[in-house]
Ligand binder design. Sequence first.
Ligand code: ANZ
Ligand code: ZN
Length: 718
Amino acid sequence: MTAMNEPLDTDYRHAEIEKKWQEQWEASGLYRSDIDPSRKKYYALTMLPYPSGDLHIGHWYAVSPPDAQARFMRMRGFNVLFPMGFDAFGLPAENAAIKRGIHPGEWTRANIKRMRTQMKTMGAMFDWRREMVSCEPEYYRWTQWLFLQLYHAGLVYRKFAAVDWCPSCNTTLAREQVWGEDRHCERCGTPVERRELNQWFFKVTKYADELLDFSEIDWPSRVKTLQANWIGRSTGAYITFQVENGESIEVFTTRPDTLWGVTFMVVAPEHPLAREAAEGSDAVREYLEQAGRQTDIDRQAADREKNGVPSGRYATNPVNGERIPIWIADYVLMSYGTGAVMGVPAHDERDAAFAKKYGLEIRKVLEPEDAADDSETFTGHGTMIGSGPMTGTSGAEAREKTIEYLKSLGAGREGVQYRLRDWLVSRQRYWGTPIPILFCDKCGIVPVPESDLPVLLPDDVEWRPTGESPLKLHPTWRFTTCPKCGGPAERETDTLDTFLCSSWYHLRYLSPHCDTYPFDQKEYDYWMPVDIYTGGIEHATMHLIYTRFFHKALRDCGVTRGNEPMLKLRNQGIILGEDSEKMSKSRGNVVAPDDLVKRFGADTVRAHLMFFARWDQGGPWSSTGIQGTARWLRRVWSSFLEAPTTLGSNDEATRRVRRRLHQSIRSVTHDFDTFEFNTIIATLMELHRDITRAGEDGCTREVWEEVRETYLRMIAPV
Ligand code: ANZ
Ligand code: ZN
């Protein structure tokens, strides 16, 4: 680059330019997205932010490259919808409110106002007319309505379930408020306790198999794997063992082929047989007490020492009549399978550890195919040995054959198990959507009639933790009349998990003020499904499973259509601080986008966020790096203001620059389609150098104008 071409900073007055164009876009309504049947639609959705206070660089990273992609699609002739809103209910607002003594709603709305203003500096193509805010009654009215649709379809039920409870703060805690191995309260450090409360659930498990079918969606394989593991489908068998007292125990096993290697059985401490055994044994009673203090997560840890007690009972192996001892141990969970397992210490690691500790027999029933395999516990399939009629067959074959054999004995059947649990949607919190349910002494559980929605969240509550759902303490809100019998009724005082709000917000953007239905049908027909969804990989399981489930459940209620809400998903990585560590206030490595915008302009910040790392990977920020991007944009600006004086009739330079232009169009197009933003910027930087050189070498004016025009089009979405 010659010194002559180096622009003066004053040439490029970003603050003025960006303000001018942003105002013009707004005034002309350029980015309003309305139904237009003559154009193909493109619904680009980005995960909506939580209004935590300030827009940080992570928001910019999540949103501005996808904005560039949406703009690119718009330039290609698509009618693009790229909306923005706020996920405004939730715990942080309550925490902030408690800390600062202001109402959660006031805190939330002030943050939204601030973040909306900051977001406008991004120069994104949001259609703000379509904004939705999940804590406003015009939104949560429909969250309640959708809850009721699922309720009427039998997809909602109520049952007792354990919550984490902080005895010092006197409140239930959300999963993310419990920290460390000792499971202490985030606020005060006190170890949490477990409490049983009556709570609401969605039947997600009913959709487990359908959720494992990814055939209609183009999602990253990492996300699909995380979802598949979360759902955790296992196939195997249920096998019944007779107990000496005339009762029986059913186990779930993925390895029925190992049945001849069973030397003991184990039931969970919560299993009925364990409770019964405790009646006659102090040792068992003591063991159950200490096990009750452990969480399922600790109990499952692979490296944890296995311990247990004999129940004093014996069972009979259905295939060989052997008498086997029944133990009680907490590595078996009551919440999975049947809460009982057959112990095969020769071929299962956990059973092996348990057998060694208590001197139980270890009996091999499988020989590895690979003679060199000398692993202590062979967990592969191999060939059956010492297994009666199965001896000599392959383990894989024996698996099926054993099930057939058990069926003929009336002692077993095929079985499928899932790790996935139903979705617990009730929270003992104030700042959330009230659950539209009433309790009447005469009529029992009564859903609020649709015509009475929304059930408004009262403003005048004591939101400080007291040990109860805050709504319970409101003097009047709770008490109402039963719509069925006219007698006195009480409202449900729990609120809904905020993941429910974010399970359908993409539908509310379609018509945020519609007051007859959650969305306008015409808008739904035109815009749905979402064509591209972008956001963080940390949402791979909860949010992205819940939103798929919700769509399918609503499909079965006749509300939505199609099997999937979001056809394509792409995830961004994480921006780290300059020290390659996670950005945090305490480390002092936080990059503030507002400062960068002030100094370099939003366009430079956007371009650099696309350039500094692979978008799907992220990486450390560099404050010197952005200066290079800034210089490039300034050069583009000044070099294209006027044609160079060196233009002429050099055929070679003309041909060369035209070829480079078309190569660049192809690669930029490709990279926008594949979300490879960094190479888009790299291509544009190179092309600019080639254009400058061609001008210096005397390419024709005609080609120079052609490449300039096309270059500016290519850079426009950025
Ligand atoms: C005998 C056996 C032999 C097993 C063997 C494994 C290997 P996944 O794949 O996760 O579904 N199991 C069953 N219910 C359990 C519970 N409630 N708590 C703890 N463990 C439980 O695991 C299924 C296997 O985990 C089952 O197959 C059972 O052990 C154990 F060589 O049965 B297996
Ligand atoms: Zn009633």
